[in-house]
Design a protein around this ligand. Sequence first.
Ligand SMILES: Cc1ncc(C[n+]2csc(CCOP(=O)(O)OP(=O)(O)O)c2C)c(N)n1
Ligand SMILES: [Mg+2]
Length: 322
Amino acid sequence: MTTIRHFEERGVPETGQRGMSSSVHSSVGQEAVPTGVCAHLSDEDYIGSTHRGHGHCIAKGVDPKRMMAELFGRTHGPNKGKGGSMHIADMSKGMLGTNGIVAGSVPLAVGAALTSKIRKLGRVAVAFFGDGGANQGVLHECMNLASVWKLPVIFCCENNGYAESTPVEYGLSVANVSDRAAAYDMPGFNVDGMDVLAVFEAAGEAVARARAGNGPALLEARTYRYYGHTVFDNPLTYRTKEEEDHWRARDPLLTFRNHMVAQGNEITAEELDGMDEEARLLMEEAVVFADASPLPEPHELYEDVYGDYPVEMMRRGANMPV
Ligand SMILES: Cc1ncc(C[n+]2csc(CCOP(=O)(O)OP(=O)(O)O)c2C)c(N)n1
Ligand SMILES: [Mg+2]
């Protein structure tokens, strides 16, 4: 969680200072969700992510230094600087990509889960999406299919209360996104997304079920983004300072710290401070690393667009594989 926090607090403004024209979305405030979920996954498992996906990448094990290079459009990024913040994929970590298409993660994760089932790989896939994504048609098709075929996939809704400036209550037909699980005959979990241990517990149950072959689950985590939708947005035009203060008082890092220190036997405040400093220093290194990495050459523009297999087939004039 602290690595995600430092990455966002440092990386988002640094990207802005480098004249990148793409939007960058900070997930500060939402760290407990990817952390609690991905703690149950190995590099073999898959996740699909969102436009607000830096935390998903870090929780899944993608190198923050290379991620910083990707944000700055540099060749040492996981996608050679051609993807940017909303297209960070790292197949060596089972990270199918941050994604500029709302709910775009969902069919990718369901496809990965289908592969796992057909090939008997024992892998689980998680689709992260927002409360706005919860109303996209593709999610509902995917939940239905995953339930019918009992696919090992978790639908994880990060409900941060807003889709851009639209409050969740305005656009959702039910009280909770997780209520919709019933329509697809799968379990629905609803957890406090500011409490990493609550997320960890519910995600553990959902992942264990999926891995055992019992099919999908819908996990809704209620959370909050501290900043605007993008760096260009002033959230106080659609929400109040009091609301922001309420959520900030329930900060996931602070809550976890207080809990662990009060327990007194797992980790000390000094050890937590040490981790915090380590993450801060890592981001210093990441910025230096990213700045030292070259920009892609113009001729690289058309490389890495298609995989070798279909390109070869197209050259031979064969039909695309179905
Ligand atoms: C298919 C599609 N429709 C609309 C958009 C524009 N858009 C980008 S983010 C966003 C809101 C998403 O809200 P939510 O799913 O709650 O995610 P959050 O930003 O809160 O993390 C919209 C409408 C898009 N990128 N893709
Ligand atoms: Mg949202």
